[in-house]
Design a protein around this ligand. Structure first.
Ligand code: KIV
Length: 272
């Protein structure tokens, strides 16, 4: 377990607000399966995000768009079975909440009922306010997501830094305030200038968790497979790699192949 100012037996949406008030940074990572979630939760991370980045990381799609609600429920339920402490937030997939608040509520209810997740995350601001409101009215906690929102990649055209221009920055601040007013318990800010992210975090009472948004926010999130160095083609400036598992795993697989081919594995001790 790493250092924390207060021990939380179970992290709730309330704990996160308390962490912000106490000046304790929130550590969030992704997981999509039982085994990884067990390790991530056991290490003491506060929030586990079952992100729709599963579309890229687990399924090999170029974007997050193809992932279905059934697939998100499969990933989320695998994660929930592993968890003792962390708050589990599940992405609502593309197409399940945009433009139809009744459909959005139905999707969020399926996530909560069928996976056992604790909250949902949704990308966007004023455009999706009706869906957010309806989901919140059913007692389902919502985490917002502004800045680079990968479900809108075809609108942006690229994965470059968002809200560098004043007009977009102003809209982002307005949307962040709206999400807080609607009742979201936290907001993710992805790939925006650090100065802007700090300004948003200072203006909101709810926690702001950044990815590529600098150190002036209330917490950080990374994709676990990226920070472990399992993926090696994705190299944004914000990514800190804590291991080089791609190289380590390749070495282990090479050794296994050699051992099988040479007859070294299994040894006398490794058989019945
Ligand atoms: O899907 C995801 O993993 C995310 C994070 C990058 C915030 O939304």
């Amino acid at each position: 377990m790493s250092a924390a100012s207060k021990e939380y037996k179970r992290v709730t949406v309330k704990s996160l607000t308390e962490m912000k008030s106490n000046g304790e940074k929130i550590a969030m990572l992704t997981a999509y399966d039982y085994t990884m979630a067990k390790i991530v939760d056991g290490s003491g991370v506060d929030v586990i995000l079952v992100g729709d980045s599963a579309s890229n990381v687990m399924a090999g799609h170029e974007t997050t768009l193809p992932l279905t609600l059934d697939q998100m429920i499969y990933h989320a339920s695998s994660v929930v079975r592993a968890i003792d402490r962390a708050l589990v937030v599940v992405d609502l997939p593309f197409g399940s909440y945009q433009g139809n608040s009744k459909g959005a509520l139905a999707a969020a209810i399926r996530i909560m009922k069928e996976s056992g997740g604790h909250a949902v995350k949704m990308e966007g601001g004023s455009e999706i306010k009706d869906s957010i409101k309806r989901i919140l009215s059913a007692g389902i906690p919502v985490m917002g997501h502004l800045g680079l929102t990968p479900q809108s990649i075809y609108k942006f055209g690229t994965y470059t830094v968002r809200a560098k221009e004043e007009e977009e920055a102003k809209k982002l601040i307005k949307d962040a305030k709206l999400l807080e007013k609607l009742g979201c318990f936290a907001i993710v800010l992805e790939k925006i200038p650090a100065k802007l992210a700090k300004e948003v975090a200072e203006q909101l009472a709810i926690p702001v968790i950044g990815i590529g948004a600098g150190g002036g926010v209330d917490g950080q999130v990374l994709v676990t497979h990226d920070m472990l160095g399992m993926t090696h083609e994705f190299n944004p400036r914000f990514l800190r790699r804590y291991l080089d598992l791609y190289t380590e795993m390749t070495g282990a697989f090479n050794q296994y192949i050699d051992d099988v081919k040479s007859g070294d594995f299994p040894s006398a001790k490794e058989q019945y």
